[in-house]
Design a protein around this ligand. Sequence first.
Ligand code: NI
Length: 178
Amino acid sequence: MPPLEVLQFPDPRLKRVSRPLDGVDDDLRALAAEMIEVMYDEPGIGLAAPQVGHDIRLVVMDTEWSDEGREKDPAVIINPEILTREGKVSWEEGCLSVPDFTAEVERSEHIVVRYQNLEGEEVTEDVTGLRAVCFQHEVDHLDGVLFIDRISRLRRSLYVKRRKKQLRLEEEPASLES
Ligand code: NI
């Protein structure tokens, strides 16, 4: 299998609504292991399957880990659903698929989520703080939504303009030298 590549905005594959998974098999375990590797390499605290070109409802996440030497404890999250939402919180978000940009996004502060783990067990979890924000960000990916779809239209369009310019420069490196 070729190494996984993280797709970046405006790749249209990031806008697809992913399909639910029906059980865990070896292919899924292998993909999850590879996604975990990519997540730590980048580094990121979460990665959703659509970001690596797979339109399935699979997410890997580790919100505790940082470069400061915490133990890695990756979670594999299958078919996540947000059951309840309470309160509001604003967090400065970024995304491996949205290069060179962060913005404050309003999310629910406290959520209850249900998902299946890699052992096929159903898990219900009460989450707050960064983990709750990350869950909502990743579930959005499964629905084809990026965090820049949740900021003001003006800020989004400024970013899109900058990103398009950057991509044009990447395409025509010769024009920079001439
Ligand atoms: Ni993201």
